[in-house]
Design a protein around this ligand. Structure first.
Ligand code: UT7
Length: 337
């Protein structure tokens, strides 16, 4: 049977580091509040001197992943780009990335599923592979949040959380009898909670998508979040979708070697572990360095977990799990070949 196997990973964050102390200088916040409530110590933001788009970050991550897989860009037969912060309104960042890779006919697909973009992307790659539509897929998660955040005190609850970054994985369809690769995925969405985490403008549903008479400073141009609503949803739904995906995969939690969750808030991931009675040292955290990089956060954490030797041996099993804007939530179980 054909299985979807990860052949290489890569990551890139812009060099400009913004610490909590730096944020104290521009808004009413504190290093103590941010660390206590979220676990974040710093994040990477693009700089005014060196602006970059999601596809620029994705390009650097993709080159590393392709190198690790030993693939040339021409080997790819499908590119999936997950982002909520595309370089421009259209065309999609996948098209821009493909051009940067020197490609001129490889199909690309952008996914707008926010924090679960990697999970939706992996499940989509797997479906393409298993139906024979593709054999070698590049999946990228890339975000530039910082150019669209409210950096005044008004936006502090959201702004301190988000960081810029990208990560990529190369996924190949491999013929094997082993129970390996993407064992199962479970995906969900509930648009009734769309307003809980959203950026309203520009909006094509308006007669003028950039309405007259409002300033660039209008709160509708910035992300707003009902933080505690999302927090409560996450603490309830992440364990639930974990049980669902484990059942689909036909394995127990005791067979998971490492959980690589979305990095939205360290307290959410700790609560997840406590609820499922899963040891915290088997839950990977890197939010302290990058903040919440949305579609990039799971592949970025996965890349670092592999780099640190926390996961990657044949037969080891990893659980990816996330919840975010949409609302969307989901989980994937992946076993190394
Ligand atoms: O990845 C996408 C999905 N997103 C998430 O999963 C995020 C889920 N939510 C959260 O992580 C948390 O709700 C936050 C970290 C966003 C907020 O933490 P919280 O413990 O829920 O705080 P809160 O919103 O209840 O605010 C508590 C206090 C408020 O002040 P008062 O009303 O008690 O006086 C806020 O105004 O903290 C204040 N506050 C801040 N203070 C300093 C909010 N943001 C900040 C800030 N610095 N950055």
């Amino acid at each position: 049977m054909i299985k979807s196997i990860i052949k290489g990973t890569g990551k890139f964050v812009p060099p400009n580091v913004v610490t909590n102390k730096d944020l104290e200088k521009i808004m009413d916040t504190s290093d103590e509040w941010i660390q206590q409530r979220t676990g974040i110590k710093q994040r990477h933001w693009i700089s005014e001197e060196n602006p970059m788009g999601a596809s620029d970050l994705g390009f650097e991550a993709a080159k590393q992943a392709l190198d690790a897989a030993g693939w040339a860009p021409e080997d790819l037969d499908f590119i999936i780009f997950a982002t909520l912060s595309p370089d421009i309104m259209f065309p999609g960042s996948g098209c821009l990335l493909a051009a940067k890779l020197g490609l001129n006919s490889t199909p690309t697909l952008d996914i707008r599923q926010q924090c679960t973009g990697f999970l939706y992307g992996f499940a989509t790659a797997d479906a393409y592979i298993k139906t024979g539509l593709a054999k070698k897929v590049l999946l990228v998660g890339g975000e530039v949040h910082s150019s669209g955040l409210d950096k005044s005190t008004r936006g502090r609850d959201v702004t301190v959380i988000f960081g810029d970054g990208a990560a990529a994985v190369c996924i190949e369809g491999v013929e094997t009898q082993k129970n390996a690769g993407l064992l199962a995925s479970a995906l969900h969405a509930d648009g009734n909670y769309a307003d809980s985490l959203t950026t309203e403008l520009p909006a094509s549903r308006l007669f003028k998508r950039n309405p007259d008479g409002i300033s660039h400073d209008d709160p509708r141009y910035f992300p707003i979040m009902a933080g505690s609503t999302i927090f409560k949803k996450a603490v309830r739904l992440l364990p639930k979708v974990t049980n669902e995906v484990l059942e689909k995969a036909g394995i127990g939690l005791d067979q998971i070697d490492l959980v690589v969750p979305h990095q939205a808030n360290k307290r959410i991931n700790q609560a997840f572990g406590q609820y499922l009675k899963f040891e915290d040292d088997k839950i990977f955290h890197n939010i302290e360095k990058y903040g919440n990089t949305t579609a990039a956060s799971i592949p970025l954490a996965f890349h670092e977990a592999m780099e640190q030797g926390r996961i990657g041996k044949s037969g080891q099993t990893v659980l990816f799990v996330a919840l975010g804007a949409g609302l969307t939530w989901g989980a994937c179980v992946y076993r190394f070949l």
